[in-house]
Design a protein. Sequence first.
Length: 376
Amino acid sequence: MFVVAAAAALIAVAVHVTQAHGVASEDAPAQALAARSAANILHYPVGSTQLAYLAIAPVKASVPPVTEPLPARLVFDENQTVRVYSPVAGRVVQIAAEVGARVKAGDVLAWLLAPDYDAAVADSHKARADQDAKQSAWRRAQRLHEAGVIATRDLEGAQADARMAQAELERVSARMKALGPVGKDGRFALRAPISGVIAERHLNPGQEWRPDAPDAAFVITDPSRLDALADVAETDLHGMHVGQPVRLVSDDPSLPAMLGRVKSIGVAMDSHSRRIPVRASIDQPPAGARAEMFVRLLALDEAQAPEPVVPNSAIVTTGLQSFVFIEKEPGTLVKVPVSLSHRGRDESHVSQGLMPGARVVTKGAILLDAELASDH
């Protein structure tokens, strides 16, 4: 009997303790839930594993676009680019400059054996010799005419011959000036017309080159000057004008957004693509920008004030309302409603509910929203 009574007492104590702990384990979460979700607030200890899955960044501001992102590509600034063609036909004997080399105006790019150039040099020497001879004949005719030895008609004929020889010399001299000075061993020197960096080369040693070649022998440009070229549909062209500010965004995360202005808008639609070319100049291309890179062009409204911009991964939508999570202090995250003025493919502009500089959860917002929903 004593053993049975002792066992019953122990069972009663155990039941009492279990009930006490059960009430505590049920009441404590309820109190914590009221403290953490009544105002859409989440509290995490600093350094907790939940925070490791989040990405938090300060909000930046930019002008919202007036058009959807338009596909574009980076191209060389044509005002700083020249395509070098050889003015004479010939065979390439030596390449003097390679792609990527920086050259100055007048530097030799390649040496050619050009029969047309040799003929032009010979014509120059011949014209100068003929002009010297005709000038001497005219001076001699003047002396003879003064002595009464020859008639005035003969003097006028010598004068006409001297003037024609002078005109021929001027013609061949202009031709030689356009071709450049005589190179070493009579070879033709293909020279750089401007200073810059060689971007392309389309000739090789031993190659026969002609002035009507489809590709330029060299392309020289200033790589720090780039434009953006977009083929715009007529429906997207509405509202775009020369001088309008634009923003260029690349898929490369290491390449920052670029700002520029519309430089020109085509006056006719391309018959094949049914698009209108729009060229925009870039203010300061970043170091990683290269010609022929693909970007997205967004036309901006110069009268619009900058607005906070957040990535779409930071936005949580419930019904018709959009929310973001703001870090008030380390470990404290608040869910706040926002109004969107423009929602793009990758990021959106916020018109109300957010200030520039606020720290917003850019990765993991959906997990935080699920955490709040599971507590209700």
